[in-house]
Design a protein around this ligand. Structure first.
Ligand SMILES: [Zn+2]
Length: 255
């Protein structure tokens, strides 16, 4: 069975590690720093087969040069010459095989223009979406437009409910507090916030989430609901799903 574990990095990043049956080589996603990965490989004796990169930000790519030098993994990432060390540049519709599974590449611009996500359909389905979709929230728009991010989340919403969602940051508590403002009446979200507060007190990750969970609690995936549109309308234009998304994203930035 494929397991996926988080390696905490920096303040609130997760580097995701995939491994088959807890033995053999691993694949890591977005190693923003090398040391947590090196420590993991030394502790477990595993090799590093491949690295997946979602976008050019330093906290997702900073460990790449050191890990390439030490372990010579195959590096798959966006078609962006600004990222040094990509062996296989991929984009929308590309497919590759790793760890005995297929991975489909989705272009998910918004947070950055080069942002891609990796979807592996299976049991369970896995979505590595980095800074596009978080538990309870979505990424900031550094380079892309609200339309682009809204479209990426709309595509994610069409995936199976039990798809595991591996965002790259532990932002859940602050996201769910914003979600309370954006959609005051949501008992599923309130129960999740309580559960996640307990997890964080024990220093446990609140990720991965699932698509079904995000569809139920994440205001950025619920912008077609009247209750979310009503909250957003008090902050700016919110006459349809996209304008509501745009207003929510700007509101979250100053929340
Ligand atoms: Zn980023």
């Amino acid at each position: 069975m494929l397991t996926v574990k988080p390696l905490p990095a920096f303040q609130d990043n997760y580097i995701w590690v995939m491994q088959q049956d807890n033995t053999g080589n691993v694949v890591v996603v977005d190693p923003g720093e090398a040391q947590p990965v090196i420590d993991y490989l030394e502790r477990t004796g595993a090799g590093l087969e491949a690295i997946l990169i979602t976008h050019h930000h330093q906290d997702h790519t900073g460990g790449l040069a050191e890990l390439k030098k030490r372990y010579a993994p195959h590096v798959i990432g966006p078609d962006n010459p600004a990222i040094a060390g990509i062996d296989e540049a991929v984009g929308e519709g590309d497919r590759f095989r790793l760890m005995g599974r297929h991975f489909d590449v989705m272009a998910t611009p918004g947070h950055t223009l080069d942002h891609i996500s990796f979807l592996s359909t299976g049991t369970p389905s896995l979505l590595f979406c980095a800074d596009t979709l978080f538990c309870g929230g979505c990424g900031r728009l550094f380079e892309g437009t609200p339309e682009q991010m809204h479209q990426a989340l709309t595509r994610f919403a069409e995936l199976d409910d039990d798809t595991l969602v591996f965002g790259a940051h532990e932002y859940t508590l602050s996201n769910l507090k914003f979600a309370q403002a954006a959609e005051p009446d949501n008992s599923t979200r309130d129960a999740l916030l309580e559960e996640c507060q307990k997890a964080r007190e024990l220093d446990r990750p609140t990720l991965p989430s699932t698509i079904g969970r995000e569809r139920a609690i994440n205001p950025f995936m619920r912008v077609d609901l009247e209750s979310v549109q009503d909250s957003a309308a008090a902050q700016g234009d919110a006459h349809d799903a996209l304008s509501t998304f745009t207003t929510l994203r700007a509101w979250k930035d100053r929340f």
